[in-house]
Design a protein around this ligand. Structure first.
Ligand SMILES: Nc1ncnc2c1ncn2[C@@H]1O[C@H](COP(=O)(O)OP(=O)(O)OP(=O)(O)O)[C@@H](O)[C@H]1O
Length: 251
């Protein structure tokens, strides 16, 4: 059975009403390589959207495109965040407009303590959560505030990377594989904090290889396959659809 055309039959996401974050007909390239191939999807305010797909499907490229990083090059389409045209912005402007990207490598700055990493994020406005509030959310970071950031455990570094995003006044948190390499008990801890962050009204796009864990947390899911969207719908629908899971997520 060819399942591919059926999941989104008749839908044209570019024609849906603008949401809090809207990606419309976006195309992204690395040099000559056409990676994100005309995708459109909406993210609603306050929800967690799981962006899933096999290795190389284009998930990281999509996050980097939304965050307006120098590479990839977004050659077509529009990206709107709360009525602001992200597609016309450089990465520092997208950050100021409320995009907080937590990259897969976590990008903790060597030579700086936990606290200094957080303070550096607040060197210019818009300033987000206070250090006290961040340490309330991540007590382990408070206990280790004087420790050099890069000497933290993998889970603690992930917490620091998320805390650093929240240290700025963000509207949307873009998380690239936050559970990678972490023990299930640490994943539980991070998942709990992501639920609290959601309760505070922050919108999240979660890219994750651990699709089941991501779907259990997310409200909705978008699945990419070689740079195109093959599913856009409720996270629970993916969990309950064995065909979709095995075809695109190998779970
Ligand atoms: N800097 C780059 N230069 C050229 N090609 C790249 C670059 N980064 C990624 N690609 C290619 O773009 C495609 C999509 O990569 P991307 O990292 O977005 O996928 P992904 O879905 O996030 O995969 P993974 O789950 O493995 O991280 C892949 O074919 C990859 O090889």
């Amino acid at each position: 059975m060819n399942v591919k055309p059926d999941f989104n039959k008749g839908k044209n996401y570019a024609e849906t009403a603008p949401a809090f974050l809207s990606v419309w007909n976006m195309e992204s390239y690395y040099g000559e390589s056409y990676i994100v191939q005309n995708i459109s999807f909406n993210v609603h305010e306050g929800e967690i959207l799981a962006l899933l797909g096999r290795n190389g499907a284009g998930k990281t490229t999509t996050l980097r495109s939304i965050a307006r990083m120098n590479s990839p090059q977004v050659t077509a389409g529009e990206i709107w965040l709360d009525h602001q045209p992200l597609h016309k912005m450089a990465s520092y402007e997208a950050s100021r407009a409320g995009i907080g990207l937590v990259p897969e490598d976590r990008a903790i700055i060597p030579g700086l303590t936990v606290e200094e990493n957080l303070q550096l994020a607040q060197i210019a406005p818009p300033i987000g959560w206070s250090l006290e509030r961040l340490y309330d959310l991540f007590p382990r970071l408070g206990e280790r505030r004087k420790q050099e950031g890069v000497t933290l455990s993998g889970g603690e570094q992930q917490m620091l990377a998320i805390a650093r995003a929240l240290a700025r006044d963000i509207k949307v948190l873009l998380l690239d594989e936050p559970y990678e390499g972490l023990a299930p008990v640490i994943v539980d801890e991070i998942e709990k904090t992501l639920r609290i962050i959601k309760e505070q009204g922050i919108t999240t796009i979660l890219v994750e290889q651990n699709a089941v864990r991501a779907l259990e947390l997310a409200d909705r899911a978008v699945i990419l396959d070689t740079g195109t969207i093959v599913f856009d719908g409720a996270a629970a629908e993916v969990l309950g659809n064995e065909e979709l899971r095995s075809e695109y997520l190998a779970i």
